[in-house]
Design a protein around this ligand. Structure first.
Ligand SMILES: Nc1nc2c(ncn2[C@@H]2O[C@H](COP(=O)(O)OP(=O)(O)OP(=O)(O)O)[C@@H](O)[C@H]2O)c(=O)[nH]1
Ligand SMILES: [Mg+2]
Length: 645
């Protein structure tokens, strides 16, 4: 049976025995900093590995992130729990539910953590029953109402085995961390090892990272190569989602110009970071009315957004209201001081500008936001629709196509928590339901698509009506009239027309049934030209005679386009039959007498210099003759050359 990987993080008030519990569970003391040892508290994240066996004998390799409980280090706590499968909330028997127990719980809820287990620590210090019932009350009406509560004590290892069984039962019931082909390693440490270079560690979510592959560091969009990968000290070819992962990136420096906590290691083709995101904010109804965290905050407030292992200052613009109160949610735009690499569906935490209080949380609805268009009808509608179901792939696609009319399927919702397969399935489903249309690389809103094709059809029809003598409508013109910016969309529209009664030749598109014809009022002009040219077949009147009026001009263009008249140059035009007869004479003459001068050929045909010179140049152009000095000879055709051999 394959080992399953999960990430567990501790949570809970300062001094409630989180780190001691991690040590009792794993043998590893997660407090590694000298300052932590000296002060006896956790300051930054600590890590350990726990191997568990489930009820059915399956094995779980669990990466543990131990977080600080002190109120000054909530920022580090949030960085530790960005992509965890299970939280282990500790409540000390001698202390009960305390301020950071509550704050951490709210943070877990804001970040959408699905399951927790509760360790009722320091059970040797008594009050187990009353604290257990206090915990039950606190968890009532949350997603964690039925969480297991396990009394533990590290004095004499009481309840540690019970806790292990409880955790194993949780993991047995959990589905494995998702692999959506979009890996993101949320970096929580970056350091340099002598002889090895830069090493970063973090929790990997969303996909795999492979040794020797190229990765991209976001938000700075920096490329790097993965030299080696480790998890809990063991070398790996490939790291899977749900593992604590260490990566050696020898080409990247540690620090502001290179890599640091808060960065994300991902793969190419997943887009770039942005400094504006549209979100659904929620302010917990649990907030004690008198606490500073409960203060309603206004549109325009400056806050901190904590996302993954990073945090940045941001300004909030609320869409529909001026303030948000506890228990309320609101659509908002966050304008960030520095860009983040967030996906649609990602969750985050908001703290106030004093960094003392956790005041809200939320989920990203749109991550490639055009700041100026926040209040446009299209954008408002998209946000309202997504706010109702931010994790529904159909809703996310439909709302985007309603706003943008179309999208290229390859990049549609690339920055989302949906896999490519989920997106393709949804597209197929929506097309079957008639809500969207899929053509080539394009997914389009069905109504928009029908409208585009109808407009294109109308434009071509109008061209045929206005200019029956022309072969069709220029595609460049069609595209400009339809105002289509995307090459892919235009290609799809043309493709649709070609399948439905239209044809294309060169840069023109026309109805299949269209045969160029002169409008009635121009027919006499065409007759006049034909007659004039026929009268002196080999020495026709100057072309200028036919540009006297618009009708003559139009008729001449038409006859040339139709091939009835040959255009030798700006001066001379000939009827096709005249050109053909002259060509026969030239060929025969040269075959009989060898290379000939223009003058000889002119006399033979009985034409003028004005005509013979451009005519011979025309024959050169179309490959009948070839000029050497003053002489013309026949160009050797392939078949003639073959015949001689
Ligand atoms: N009596 C008793 N003391 C405990 C127990 N677990 C931890 N302690 C003590 O409680 C103190 C705090 O324990 P830690 O494990 O550092 O607490 P913590 O939750 O990690 O604290 P922070 O990380 O700073 O939030 C230490 O002095 C521990 O020895 C327990 O089960 N029984
Ligand atoms: Mg600790």
């Amino acid at each position: 049976m394959m080992e399953k990987h999960f990430i567990l993080a501790t949570a809970g008030h300062v001094d409630h025995g989180k780190s001691a519990l991690v040590k009792a569970l794993t043998g590893t003391d997660p407090d590694r900093l000298p300052e932590e040892k000296a002060r006896g508290i956790t300051i930054d994240l600590g890590f350990a590995e726990l191997n568990l066996t489930g009820p059915d004998g399956e094995t779980f390799q669990v990466g543990i992130v131990d977080v600080p409980g002190h109120e000054d280090f909530v920022r580090n706590m949030i960085a530790g729990i960005g992509s965890i499968d299970l939280a282990l909330l500790t409540v000390a028997a001698d202390d009960g539910w305390m301020p950071q127990t509550e704050e951490h719980l709210q943070i877990l809820l804001y970040l959408g953590v699905k399951r927790i287990a509760v360790a009722l620590t320091k059970s040797d210090l008594g009050k187990i029953d009353s604290v257990a019932s206090q915990i039950r009350v606190k968890l009532r009406e949350t997603a964690f109402a039925n969480a297991q509560i396990v009394p533990t004590s590290v004095r004499g290892d009481q309840g540690i085995e019970n806790l292990k069984s409880a955790l194993a039962a949780e993991f047995a019931a959990l589905s494995p961390p998702r692999d959506i082909g979009k890996p993101r390693l949320f970096v929580d440490r970056a350091f340099t090892l002598r002889g090895i270079g830069t090493v970063v560690t973090g929790t990997l979510a969303g996909g795999r990272i492979q040794r020797d592959h190229n990765v991209v560091i976001q938000p700075q969009n920096l490329s790097a190569r993965v030299r080696s990968i480790q998890s809990h000290g063991r070398d790996l070819e490939m790291a899977r989602p749900g593992t604590r992962t260490a990566i050696n990136l020898p080409d990247v420096a540690v620090g502001a110009d290179g890599i640091k906590r808060g960065d994300i290691i991902t793969i190419v083709d997943l887009g770039e970071a942005t400094d504006s995101i549209a979100v659904l904010l929620e302010k917990s109804s649990r907030l004690n009315r008198n606490s500073p965290a409960a203060r309603p905050f206004k549109s325009g407030s400056s806050v901190y957004i904590h996302f993954g292992t990073t945090r940045t200052a941001a300004r909030i613009a609320l869409l529909h209201q001026d303030v948000i109160e506890p228990g309320q949610s609101a659509i908002a735009q966050l304008r960030l001081d520095s860009p983040i690499f967030a996906f649609v569906g990602d969750r985050f935490v908001i703290r106030d500008s004093s960094e003392q209080n956790t005041i809200a949380g939320g989920v990203a609805l749109d991550v490639d936001v055009d700041r100026e268009n926040f209040r446009s009808t299209g954008q408002t509608e998209l946000l309202r629709t997504r706010a109702a179901a931010p994790n529904d792939v159909d809703v996310c696609i439909r709302s985007q196509l309603a706003r943008d009319s179309f999208a290229e399927t390859g990049s549609l919702l690339i920055k989302s928590n949906f896999s490519a397969d989920q997106i393709v399935d949804a597209l197929t489903r929506l097309e079957r339901d008639g809500q969207i249309v899929l053509r080539g690389e394009i997914a389009a809103n069905a109504a928009h698509w029908r409208n585009l094709v109808a407009r294109a059809t109308a434009l071509i029809n109008r061209q045929h009506e206005k200019h029956p003598e022309k072969r069709g409508l220029d595609l460049t013109k069609l595209r400009a009239e339809l105002n289509i910016g995307s090459d892919e969309l235009f290609a799809a529209v043309v493709g649709e027309l070609l399948q439905n009664g239209f044809r294309r030749s060169e840069n023109l598109i026309a109805r299949d049934s269209h045969r160029p014809s002169l409008p009635a009022e121009i027919l006499p002009a065409a007759e006049e030209i034909r007659a004039a040219l026929a009268e002196k077949l080999f020495d026709p009147p100057s072309r200028k005679d036919f540009s006297k009026d618009r009708h003559l001009h139009q008729a001449l263009r038409f006859l040339i386009e139709q091939g009835e008249i040959i255009e030798l140059n700006d001066e001379v035009v000939l009827l096709r039959e005249a050109a053909e007869q002259m060509r026969t004479v030239v060929s025969q003459f040269i075959s009989l007498h060898g290379p000939a001068t223009a003058s000889q050929l002119r006399q033979k045909i009985g034409t003028s210099r004005r005509v013979i010179i451009p005519f011979l140049e025309y024959l050169d152009r179309v490959g009948v003759t070839q000029r050497t000095g003053d002489l013309r000879q026949l160009r050797e055709t392939k078949s003639a050359a073959v015949a001689r051999q």
